[in-house]
Design a binder for this molecule. Structure first.
Ligand code: GLN
Length: 532
């Protein structure tokens, strides 16, 4: 039977609940336990797939094709496990499933209510995660801040779980803020006290606090919080601001949060193999070299919109003891910029064009790709980045000036990137992309083969359009190499240009599979090329 650890948040959003949850999971895993993670998001969207990345940050995709919150990326990177459809549940998912059951007549004449119907649905998702993963610990993060209207049903479901299972099977971690008051020079506990009381008003007793604070809190603060919040002093943990998120598990480990949880559950405190993580953090803090690469995108005002890409770049840098700086370039500004591209790219050693949707900024990205191709600058294209690399090649090398994707110009003559038949019939936007894992066979002797060093790979997808195979012969005759293909559908997965420093692009999203201790092969080869 799984034990359940819940992570709630108080005072303000953006405290690092996701990183706290990931760190707890990492520490329990390091002690030899099996962990599983999930996140509840209180918004009404069924998933974040249809949301604007500027509002919500990147959409993270699981191997089984779920479009999820970006915190799941942190989870996977910290615990190095692949999560699945039980890992991200929104209010939208809960409500639609309850309404579907009501329409089917499953509730046999009852009035369908928040309690018990919605709360049961929520509880089932938590228990389902335990059953399907058979993990020792299911760690569930509740998005938003305690007190939000949207999250009340989730908090009520957790209250019921705490009541049903007791403290031998549940552990509640509440993350809060201890602000520092300039002027008086004090740390203030009142917001935390109020937030713990809000939680208690909803019937939940927190077992531990993780307090975000600018520096380690003195004992007097912990004693005060312990008294006012009825939480043992040693269960009040500092989460001191850090520059490097990978440091956080070590900070929590030093304060023994994993031991505190295991003790409450009467579970053996096995030896921790945390050394591998300490080594990683040591590496991240002793990087000997530096390199700058350009990321040309249209959502760059919110760096979280490219979170997994920027993490994947860092991971590859760690392998080569290199700090990777990202020069964020707005693709739209490249369209009519008066400065020359030589000027814009003069300090970068590589160009990356990540995924995206819609026509804004497309021509700017194509200009950047042309620049990389013609000037032998290392290039990595991801998803949309691959589609645009082929369009650029078709226009400028194959001399098809109107080549385009039907996403941007449905009437163009040369539909190099187009919808497959099965996508043409689709009306709904949500959840209907080509999503999740698809296999790809690699062609021997190519850059892709060299990077992965194997014949077949599995990568995660999130796109609607595909390369149009009517143009295979043409692009190949002009020197573009198709180095990865899905054998079942014959869809193109990877393209590259030989006799170039490093020019490769893929239809999938390799960034989702990169880990801090195990960089993704394509990011690895890209960063390697930038420092050679
Ligand atoms: N807009 C493109 C498509 O839907 C690319 C998507 C992406 O980059 N994730 O195919």
């Amino acid at each position: 039977m799984s034990k359940y650890v819940f992570v709630t948040g108080g005072v303000v959003s953006g405290l690092g609940k996701g990183i706290t949850a990931s760190s707890l999971a990492l520490l329990l895993k390091a002690r030899g336990y099996k962990v599983f993670m999930q996140k509840f998001d209180p918004y009404i969207n069924v998933d974040p797939g249809t949301m604007n990345p500027i509002q919500h940050g990147e959409v993270f995709v699981t191997y089984d094709g779920c479009e999820t919150d970006l915190d799941l990326g942190h989870y996977e990177r910290f615990i190095d496990e692949e999560l699945n459809y039980t890992s991200n549940i929104t209010s939208g998912k809960i409500y639609s499933s309850v309404i579907e059951k009501e329409r089917r007549g499953d509730y046999l004449g009852s009035t369908v209510q928040m309690v018990p119907h919605i709360t049961n649905e929520i509880k089932n998702k938590i228990y389902e995660a335990g059953i399907t993963s058979s993990a020792d610990f299911v760690i569930t993060e509740i998005g938003g801040t305690v007190g939000d209207i949207e999250s009340q049903a989730f908090i009520e479901a957790l209250r019921q779980i705490q009541y049903e299972k007791g403290s031998n099977e549940t552990f509640f971690v509440h993350t809060t803020l201890i602000p520092y008051m300039y002027g008086s020079g004090e740390l203030k506990t009142k917001p935390t006290q109020n937030s713990v009381r809000d939680l208690r008003n909803m019937g939940i007793r927190a077992d531990a606090l993780v307090c975000r604070c600018p520096y380690a809190t003195p004992v007097s603060i912990k004693e005060k919080l312990a008294l006012f919040c009825s939480i043992k002093k040693e269960n009040i943990i500092d989460a001191v601001d850090v520059k490097n998120i990978y440091q956080i598990p070590l900070n929590l480990y030093e304060q023994k949060i994993d031991e505190i949880i295991l003790k409450q559950f009467d579970m053996p405190i096995k030896k921790s193999n945390i050394k591998y993580w300490k080594d990683l953090v040591y590496t991240t803090e002793h990087l000997e070299k530096e390199v700058t690469v350009a990321l040309v995108g249209k959502y760059i005002e919110l760096h979280d919109a490219y979170l997994s890409v920027s993490e994947a770049l860092k991971h590859a840098g760690y392998k080569y003891s290199t700090k990777v700086n990202i020069k964020w370039i707005d693709s739209e500004s490249l369209e009519n910029s008066t400065s020359s591209l030589d000027e814009i790219f003069k300090d970068v050693r590589g160009i990356i064009v990540p995924g995206g949707f819609g026509s804004r900024g497309i021509e700017g990205k194509i200009r950047a790709i042309k620049y990389a191709r013609e000037n032998n600058v290392a290039f990595l294209g991801l998803c949309l980045g691959m589609q645009l690399a082929i369009i650029e090649f078709a226009r400028n090398v194959c001399k098809l000036p109107d080549a385009n994707s039907t996403e941007f110009n449905p009437l163009c003559e040369n539909k190099i990137i187009d919808l497959m038949l099965n996508q043409k019939a689709i009306v709904n936007m949500g959840g209907t992309l080509r999503l999740g894992n698809y296999e790809c066979s690699l062609k021997k002797g190519t850059l892709a083969y060299k990077a992965y060093n194997c014949d077949k790979i599995l990568e995660r997808h999130r796109h609607r359009y595909e390369f149009n195979n009517d143009y295979t012969e043409l692009i190949e005759s002009k020197g573009m190499v198709i180095s990865g293909v899905n054998d079942t559908s014959n869809l193109v997965e990877i393209i590259e240009i030989p006799n170039h420093k490093h020019f490769i692009a893929c239809q999938f999203h390799p960034e989702f599979k990169s880990r801090p201790t195990r960089p993704h092969p394509l990011f690895d080869s890209f960063i390697k090329a930038t420092i050679e």
